[in-house]
Design a protein around this ligand. Structure first.
Ligand code: 5GP
Ligand code: MN
Length: 336
């Protein structure tokens, strides 16, 4: 693959490197950054990770997560690192709009920009573009890049764990967007020492009590089902956030519960944040929530998992979801 050869050539002498990922980083974002850092560290480059906003507490067990620079907390240092970088990696995002303020710093930088991502329709700003929307996670794609570049011997046990985190979280524990290769790659990672039982345990058996109670609240009091269009919605207000002391990451995965219903082909999760209202969309089968996220919620993502955000009231965004699912009713019903 030409891009991998370009990457090898770009990194054949020691470089000052910054690895970035998207705002509200998730398991795939943090996992891919830390796995890549572990390999580049072993190759003796100078490597820093910078993300726009904080990541969920439940990823803080990952080795190296304490050294990640969060722009919201360390603005000057984050911008200075990006300014002085010779190579900038853009992992798990397809557009500089997904990285807020650091996007402009990346855009104007003279560094070689390397995008490794699995979202649809990548922007054209990268010098080396490795974009594979068919692959379930950036971590899986990154593992393929390591293999292709001959870098597997450099990866540490912690790096393997970080790769598994992204592969597991982006596929909902190997349930969505999977291919035979996903399992082949996971199998190889495990046979090289990646402790998948430990990773699953750290990801799913350390939930704070309030998160389970919040899930109960969502399912009992904040769930609308629209059987006429096979849609389901869960929404949370600012007050819910206060009442349940909800932190970043506490709502991760709640939207997927709606897909457990036979009568739901499209699921929405709408949450009222301090200044925006965030929307998560999921679908079963052929219906593309990526298109809906773009058309209605200024967002994007993947065919079956997308998101967006609007500067409107919670009520308006709920109405927008209702309007969007009404408009595409026939497609949604026939999609699965
Ligand atoms: P989530 O619903 O878990 O926040 O995100 C699901 C998918 O949609 C992820 O792949 C994520 O990258 C994408 N996504 C979430 N929010 C946004 C957004 O505001 N804009 C775009 N373009 N994609 C988003
Ligand atoms: Mn991802």
């Amino acid at each position: 693959m030409k891009e991998i050869q370009d990457l090898i050539n770009c990194l054949n002498v020691q470089k000052n490197i910054v690895i970035t990922s998207h705002r509200n980083p998730d398991g795939d974002a943090i996992g891919s950054c830390l796995a890549l850092k572990s390999v580049l560290d072993a190759h003796l480059h100078v490597v820093n990770v910078v993300v726009p906003s904080d990541f969920p507490d439940d990823l803080s067990w990952l080795h190296g997560s304490g050294e990640i620079y969060v722009y919201d907390r360390e603005q000057d240092k984050s911008l200075e690192l990006i300014k002085s970088a010779e190579v900038i990696f853009c992992l798990d995002y397809n557009s500089l709009e997904r990285v807020d303020k650091i996007g402009e710093a990346i855009r104007v930088s003279d560094a070689t920009k390397v995008m490794i991502d699995h979202h649809l329709y990548p922007d054209g700003f990268a010098d080396i573009l490795i974009s594979e929307p068919e692959i379930s996670s950036t971590c899986e794609l990154l593992y393929e890049v390591f293999k292709g570049a001959g870098w597997l011997s450099a990866i540490t046990i912690h790096g393997l764990e970080a790769l598994l985190v992204g592969m597991i979280t982006d596929t909902g524990s190997f349930k969505y967007s999977i291919s035979p290769n996903t399992f082949k790659n996971a199998g190889e990672i495990i046979s090289q020492g990646g402790d998948i039982a430990h990773v699953q345990d750290m990801l799913y058996n350390h939930m704070p009590e309030k998160s389970l109670r919040l899930l109960g609240h969502c399912l009992s009091n904040r769930m609308n089902i629209y059987p006429d269009r096979k849609a389901g919605l869960i929404y949370l207000s600012k007050k819910d956030y206060m009442d349940f002391n909800i932190q970043r990451g506490d709502t991760e995965g709640i939207v997927n519960y709606l897909l457990r219903l036979d009568i739901v082909n499209i699921a929405g999760f709408i949450s009222e944040q301090p200044s925006i209202v965030k929307v998560s969309l999921r679908s079963k089968g052929d219906f593309s929530v990526e298109k809906m996220a773009k058309e209605y919620f200024r967002g994007g993502g993947h065919k079956n998992a997308s998101g967006g955000a609007l500067y409107s009231s919670l009520k308006t965004v709920i109405s927008t979801f209702e309007e969007a699912t009404e408009k595409y009713k026939t497609e949604i019903i026939n999609s699965y």
